[in-house]
Design a protein around this ligand. Structure first.
Ligand SMILES: NC(=O)c1ccc[n+]([C@@H]2O[C@H](COP(=O)([O-])OP(=O)(O)OC[C@H]3O[C@@H](n4cnc5c(N)ncnc54)[C@H](O)[C@@H]3O)[C@@H](O)[C@H]2O)c1
Ligand SMILES: O=C(O)[C@H](O)COP(=O)(O)O
Length: 527
C-alpha cells in the first residue's frame, strides 16, 4: 500500500483518482508545520504540496520512502529539486492548469492599479464619497512590457492586446517568431525597461533573475511606470521598489507575491499606490481542481513505476518526440527486465540499439527505460527515470546507445545486449499493432511472445525427448503452460525454448529441468 500525503490545501475533489486507488492510502492534512512535516515524512511514498510547504534538504533526508513530490501548481522554488534528484525522488508539477487563473489575476491587478479600485473601495466603505482623489489612467494605447512570455505571459499579452495596449516582451529563451505571431514585439530587457508604461513579470524565480527588477532597473524605467508581479517574490527587489515608489519614479505597483510568504507587514503595505493580494494568482475553483487532478494522476503513474510526463528533474523530451517514442517506453523497460533475468552475476555492459522508424528520434529516454528495467532486477532501492543513469554510473555499468535507420523485418525494433562475467544475452523486441510489447529474438533465434507474466527460458539442443520432459516436469507441479516457442538456426543444433507459464516455477523444478540431457541451462523470468 502506498501512502500519499497532501498538504497546503490542495483541492480534495481533484484527488479522487488517489482516493479510489486500491493500492493508495491518502492523508489530507491542509496545514502542516515544518516540524510536523519532518516528523511524518518518513512514512510517505508521495507528497503533494502547493507553494507554502518548504520541501528542504532536511525534509528529504528523512524521507526514506519518498518516491515523488507533486507540486499542484507551477513554481517548484519551494522544493529543493537538487536534493530530491540526488535521492532519486521525482519532482513533478502541473503546468498549464493555473495559466488562465494567473493571467486573469494579472489583468485584474493591472486594472485595479490603473483605476485605484482597492483604495476607492476602502474609502467609500469608510463612508467617504471621494471622486477627485482617484483619477486613473487608461490601458488603451499604453505600452505593456511582459518579462517572460511563456504560458502565463502570452495569455496576459493576448488579453492586453484585446484592450488595445501595445505589447512588447523580453524572454531570451523563446523564439521571437512564436511571440511575434501573437502580435507582440520582442525587445531587449533594457529596451523594455525604457519603453514600458506597465511592466508585468511572468518568469520563474531562479538564481539568474533574483532581483531582476532592482535599483538599476528602476532607474532605467519611464517615470510613472506601473509594476505588476504575479510571478514570484524575489524577482523584484522590494526595498528598491519601495524607494522608487516613494520618490515617484514608479507610479504604482500591484503585487500578488512576496519575497517572504506569508507576510502581513511590509513597508510597501503603507503606500496608497500599492495593491496587494496574498498569492491568489492560482486561487480559482477551476485552476485548483485542474492542478490537483493532474498531479494526482502523475503521483499514481509514478508510484506504479510509470513515466511521469511533467517531471521537472527528468531530461526534457519535446512533446512531439514524446508522442512518437512514448508508446515504446514500456517495451524498452520490459526488454531491460527480461534481458537482466537471462544472465547471472553483475552486469557490466548494457548495449541498446534502435532500428527502423524509432531510430529517427532522440531515444535517450528509451535507453534510460531499458536501464531502469535492468537495474530493477538486482536492486532493492527504487530506480526511476530520475536516477537510473546515475545509479548505473555508480555501479560501474557501461551503457551504449546506437541508432540505425534500416530495419528489414519490423517497423521499429529495440535490441538490448547485457554482458555479465558469466555470459551475455541479446534480446530484441517490438510493439505489435503499435502497442503490445513482444520479444521477437533471443541471441539471434527467432521467437514471438508477449512480454508479460512468467516465462522460462531454456537453451537446449534441438533433439527429441527434451520438450516433452520439460512439459512433464512443469505439469507435475500443476503449473499450466500458456504458450511455448522454440527457435533454432539449424536442425539438430543449439536452440532456445521460451515457455509462458501461469505461475512461477519452483526452484527445485528448475534444477530438475536443468539436469535433463541436452538442456544447457534454465532461467525463470518474471515481468
Ligand atoms: N501568482 C500565482 O499564483 C502564480 C500562478 C502560476 C504561476 N506563477 C508563477 O509564474 C511563473 C510563470 O509561469 P508559466 O506557467 O508562465 O511558466 P512558463 O515556463 O510557461 O514561462 C516562463 C517564461 O519565463 C521565461 N524566462 C525565464 N527566465 C527568464 C528571464 N531571466 N528573463 C526573461 N524571461 C525568462 C522562460 O523562457 C519562459 O518562457 C511560474 O514560474 C510561477 O512562479 C504564479
Ligand atoms: O506557482 C504556482 O503555481 C502559483 O504560484 C500558485 O501557488 P499556490 O498553489 O501556492 O497558490
Amino acid at each position: 500500500m502506498y501512502k500519499v500525503l497532501a498538504t497546503d490545501g490542495v483541492a480534495p475533489e481533484g484527488l479522487a483518482v488517489l482516493q479510489n486507488a486500491p493500492d493508495v492510502e491518502l492523508d489530507i492534512r491542509p496545514k502542516l508545520s515544518p516540524e510536523e512535516l519532518l516528523a511524518v515524512i518518513p512514512d510517505y511514498d508521495a507528497l503533494i504540496v502547493r507553494s507554502a510547504t518548504k520541501v528542504t534538504a532536511a525534509v528529504l533526508e528523512r524521507a526514506a520512502k519518498l518516491k515523488i513530490i507533486g507540486r499542484a501548481g507551477v513554481g517548484v522554488d519551494n522544493i529543493d529539486v537538487r536534493a530530491a534528484t540526488a535521492r532519486g525522488i521525482i519532482v513533478a508539477n502541473a503546468p498549464g492548469g493555473n495559466t488562465i487563473a494567473a493571467a486573469e489575476h494579472t489583468m485584474g491587478m493591472m486594472l485595479a492599479l490603473a483605476r485605484n479600485i482597492p483604495e476607492a473601495n476602502a474609502r467609500l466603505k469608510a463612508g467617504v464619497w471621494d471622486k477627485k482623489s482617484f483619477v486613473g489612467v487608461e490601458l488603451r494605447h499604453k505600452v505593456l512590457g511582459v518579462i517572460g512570455i511563456g504560458r502565463i505571459g502570452s495569455e496576459v499579452a493576448k488579453r492586453a492586446l484585446a484592450m488595445e495596449m501595445e505589447v512588447i516582451a523580453y524572454d531570451p529563451y523563446i523564439p521571437a517568431e512564436r511571440v511575434e505571431e501573437l502580435g507582440v514585439r520582442m525587445v531587449s530587457l533594457d529596451a523594455l525597461l525604457r519603453q514600458a508604461d506597465f511592466i508585468t513579470i511572468h518568469t520563474p524565480l531562479s538564481k539568474e533573475n533574483y532581483h531582476l527588477l532592482n535599483k538599476e532597473a528602476f532607474e532605467k524605467m519611464k517615470p510613472g511606470v506601473r509594476i505588476i508581479n504575479c510571478a514570484r517574490g524575489g524577482i523584484v527587489d522590494e526595498a528598491a521598489l519601495y524607494a522608487a515608489l516613494k520618490e515617484g519614479k514608479v507610479a504604482g505597483a500591484a503585487l500578488d507575491v512576496f519575497e517572504q510568504e506569508p507576510v502581513t507587514d511590509s513597508p510597501l503595505f503603507s503606500l496608497p499606490n500599492v495593491v496587494v493580494t496574498p498569492h491568489l494568482g492560482a486561487s480559482t475553483v477551476e485552476a485548483q481542481l485542474g492542478v490537483a487532478k493532474v498531479i494526482a494522476e502523475e503521483i499514481l503513474v509514478a508510484l506504479r513505476g510509470g513515466f511521469v510526463r511533467n517531471a521537472v528533474n527528468v531530461p526534457f523530451v519535446r512533446p512531439e518526440v514524446l508522442a512518437e517514442i512514448g508508446p515504446f517506453i514500456g517495451l524498452a523497460e520490459k526488454l531491460g527486465r527480461f534481458a537482466a533475468q537471462l544472465v547471472s552475476g553483475r552486469i557490466g555492459l548494457v548495449e541498446v540499439s534502435f532500428s527502423g522508424e524509432i531510430a529517427q528520434y532522440d531515444v535517450s529516454l528509451l535507453t534510460t527505460a531499458v536501464l531502469k528495467g535492468v537495474l530493477s532486477i538486482a536492486l532493492q532501492e527504487a530506480v526511476n527515470f530520475v536516477n537510473a543513469n546515475e545509479v548505473a554510473k555508480k555501479r560501474g555499468i557501461r551503457v551504449t546507445e546506437t541508432r540505425r535507420g534500416e530495419e528489414e523485418d519490423y517497423v521499429s525494433l529495440i535490441t538490448v545486449r547485457v554482458v555479465a562475467p558469466e555470459g551475455e544475452r541479446t534480446v530484441a523486441g517490438t510493439l505489435q499493432r503499435g502497442k503490445e510489447p513482444r520479444v521477437v529474438a533471443i541471441d539471434g533465434y527467432r521467437v514471438d511472445t508477449p512480454l508479460e507474466g512468467h516465462m522460462l527460458f531454456i537453451p537446449h539442443m534441438d533433439r527429441p525427448r527434451i520438450i516433452g520432459r520439460v512439459g512433464n516436469l512443469i505439469g507435475a507441479q500443476d503449473i499450466n503452460i500458456a504458450a511455448m516457442q522454440v527457435g533454432r538456426k539449424v536442425i539438430g543444433g543449439p536452440a532456445v525454448m521460451l515457455l509462458a507459464v501461469d505461475s512461477p516455477v519452483p526452484e527445485e523444478t528448475l534444477t530438475e529441468i536443468a539436469k535433463v540431457d541436452g538442456i544447457m541451462g534454465v532461467k525463470m523470468v518474471s515481468l
